[in-house]
Design a protein around this ligand. Sequence first.
Ligand SMILES: [Fe+2]
Length: 365
Amino acid sequence: MRLVSLTMLMPDMVLAKSIYYRDCLVLKEGTSDLERYTNSLKRLGIDYLYIEDAKSYGIEIPDAISEETRLMCKQVLRQTIEEFSTRAVIDIQEMSAAVNSIIDEILANPDVQISLNDIGATDEYTFTHSVSTTVYSLIIATKLGYTRSMLEKLGTGALLHDMGKILLDNKVINKAGKLDENEFEHVKKHTVLGYEALKRCVNLTELSRIISLYHHERMDGQGYPTGTPAAQLHEFTRIVAIADVYDALVSDRCYRKKWSSNQAVNYLVEHTETQFDLQLVSVLIKQIAIYPNGSMVRMSDHTIGIIKEQNKNFPLRPFVRIVADGWGNEITPYEIDMMKVLSITIIESELEMSWDSQSGSYETV
Ligand SMILES: [Fe+2]
């Protein structure tokens, strides 16, 4: 299995993971002849697909939680938000069940690894992002040895952290370009608005609520809405701040293409102490696959490969299936264990490559 952009679909590719839009199945796993769905998927704001082809056959992409749990959590969050906008109530029981399913799966898999990010339609971003932020937050917290009760409080607050966005102007939230000063001031309000909304939910604990209020505060006190140095705030808010930014960076946004895991990790590391808590960043990045399975890479001998499997404890030296030579020409695939071929390194990661039928070679997009 591997992840490809819609612009790179080829006739031999078969859909490896079903596509959902607003909780409805739109394209089932196993669907072939994918190019004919390109325009419909584009209209839905879906830009990437998990596919299976001869080159990626047998490669598995692990996910921290199951597809069913992800879908269920998105569904519960959507219902919660819809119910909140019509009746101003939040069903904490359903929310709690969703969070507990994530906790169960993370606890059952102590070697959990953060691989390629969840994909979803552009207008579904808040749901996809909130679930992924919750998963990353809970991964950090389980590594810190949090109790079940604290995991539940953190998870519920993380799932609702951007709740205030539903009270903002949609045009600003989905704006494709850079926000002007007024628009940015408007977006900042989602923290206070979210917290005020959650205060009306009596079954929610204050520890869950403050995540919404403080998840944009920074270590240097340059964040918003209060400018409080994050070290003075509850650890929950510092955990979600990191998970929130990591997920945003590795997601495709209307104004920017997604970053590779490698770039996002570098960003977190470069901004420790100014934005993020160093100790918490180091906990998260130990769980991130720098070169995720199923992603395309360029090697130092210029051959092109697909990451096949991780080498435990050596994230920079995975197993790679080499599929093209230095000129991008397809070759009979062969696999290398980078722990045994120490002269070769990876020089570019998460490449997006398309097949140029005229030259008969792969080209970087
Ligand atoms: Fe936010």
